[in-house]
Design a binder for this molecule. Structure first.
Ligand code: ADP
Length: 451
């Protein structure tokens, strides 16, 4: 479309490293498989990038779960308290968002859990539940080493939390101590801690028994899957039927030991260098919502500095780290190429002065390269799990704004996962609805039945 070939060649050279081939994705799968096995083996667990923590969740719901349950959801965008009524396939839910003020996010663990207990009490008072005996499920989406369904030791705070005296401790015990300090909530007992991946899996499994993988594509990325106990060498629980346990892979940390260096671009290295956790969560930094916009921005800036975009003229916003949001990537890719209305609007928000149709097309191309690489890398992870599990039919329960709102993420993932997965395995991807609330209630219900 009238672009001189010398310019095209320069553009191509700058963007080529973002365009990986199937050989690369297959290598990612092999390396991930090796890391999963390392994580599941006591002698190599410490050194493994992918920790593969057993969750102590042993089965998916069977649809007979009944009754009222409380749930807490901490570690997503909002802190919520929920009341969930399960009745066969019917699920009723009421919830309230509570604010966790900055001074509590950075205060002491005691303050945090006292605040959480206060919120539970307020919620119960509002819903006239204070004299009911209610089992509670806690979706706590921070990396934890679990020692039981109701024992979760926080390994490290992430996502802006840094409360003293919690890392290395059992969060259920801290919650119960706060409940005891209040003295007026004796009937509330936390039966289970899960993370958001387990919530996504459980909530989808409630309506689809074939669901065996939970995937998060939001601020971060992580996945859990059902593993055979024989392959979980780190397992110290009982070996009753079903001979399986859900494994929280914490796969976002893949690449921490350098395994992904062969696919990193200058853009990825720059993001890592300027992050709050350099050298950590390498796979996550190539895939998740917290980073995709920034990868695109760095590529756009590189093109602009080479006079290949906007006639070389940038803006303060475009040179500001984090200012090109991941939602722009979705919006630009979803824009109508006949008029680029949304793209123009975004360029105006960024206070770019000089732009024409060639720029719209090229920026859209950059966005599509960045999101395609992310979707394909996530697909390599899913294909690796599918090939490892060797179940004939698997449903993947997915949650997170990136998957939910990007116009092509689902299609890209279906296509590449199909290409990388053994031919005899069939799979589908299903959006999880309120997995963090519903999943916690379902796990609490199963635990309550076994009491
Ligand atoms: P969390 O993972 O914290 O529970 P979300 O699933 O809502 O929350 O994910 C938030 C992330 O999703 C943010 O990093 C944000 O950049 C990204 N995001 C929000 N809207 C969109 C969108 N329209 N397209 C792609 N990514 C989005």
């Amino acid at each position: 479309n009238g672009v001189p070939s010398a310019k095209l060649e320069k553009v191509e050279n700058i963007l080529k490293p973002l365009d990986l081939g199937d050989d690369d994705y297959r290598k990612v799968m092999d390396l991930m498989h090796a890391e999963l096995v390392k994580g599941l083996t006591p002698a190599t667990h410490e050194a493994a990038d992918i920790k593969c923590y057993p969750t102590y969740v042993r089965s998916v719901p069977d649809g007979s779960e009944n009754g009222d349950f409380l749930a807490l959801d901490l570690g997503g965008t909002n802190f919520r308290v929920l009341l969930i009524n399960l009745n066969g396939q019917e699920v009723k839910m009421e919830s309230k968002i509570f604010i966790i003020p900055q001074h509590i996010m950075l205060g002491s663990g005691i303050q945090l859990f006292d605040h959480i207990a206060d919120c539970i009490f307020k919620f119960m008072t509002d819903h006239k539940l204070t004299d009911r005996k209610l089992p509670l499920g806690f979706t706590f989406s921070f990396p934890c080493r679990q020692e039981g369904l109701d024992r979760a030791i926080l390994t490290t705070w992430t996502k802006g939390f840094k409360c003293a005296g919690v890392e290395g401790n059992d969060i259920v015990q801290l919650l119960h101590e706060a409940i005891v300090r209040r003295g007026d909530m004796k009937n509330v007992k936390c039966l289970a801690v899960i993370n958001d991946t387990v919530g996504a899996l459980m909530s989808c499994a409630h309506s689809d028994r074939k669901c065996a993988i939970g995937l998060i594509l939001g601020t971060g990325t992580n996945a859990c899957y059902i593993e055979n106990l024989d392959d979980v060498k780190t397992w110290d629980g009982d070996t009753d039927e079903p001979h399986e346990v859900l494994i929280n892979s914490e796969w976002g940390a893949f690449g921490n030991g350098g395994a992904l260096d062969f696919v990193l671009t200058d853009f990825d290295r720059s993001i890592d260098k300027h992050s709050i956790n350099p050298g950590k969560q390498i796979y996550e930094k190539m895939i998740s919502g917290m980073f995709l916009g920034e990868i695109a921005r760095l590529a756009i800036e590189r093109l602009r500095k080479n006079n290949l975009l906007f006639e070389g003229e940038g803006s303060y916003h475009l040179s500001t780290r984090g200012r090109f949001y991941t939602k722009y990537v979705s919006e630009i890719e979803g824009d109508d190429v006949d008029n680029f209305t949304v793209t123009k609007q975004i360029f105006e928000e960024l206070e770019l002065v000089t732009h024409n149709e060639q720029d719209y097309r090229l920026v859209r191309h950059v966005c599509s390269l960045v999101s395609r690489r992310a979707a394909y890398l996530a697909s390599a992870g899913i294909a690796c799990l599918l090939n490892k599990m060797q179940r004939k039919e698997v449903t993947i329960g997915v949650d997170g704004s990136l998957y939910r709102f990007h116009p092509f993420f689902h299609d890209l993932m279906m296509e590449k996962t199909r290409a990388l997965t053994d031919a005899q395995i069939s799979f589908k991807m299903m959006l999880s609805h309120d997995g963090s609330g519903k999943g916690a209630a379902l796990v609490a219900a199963v635990a309550n039945r076994l009491l």
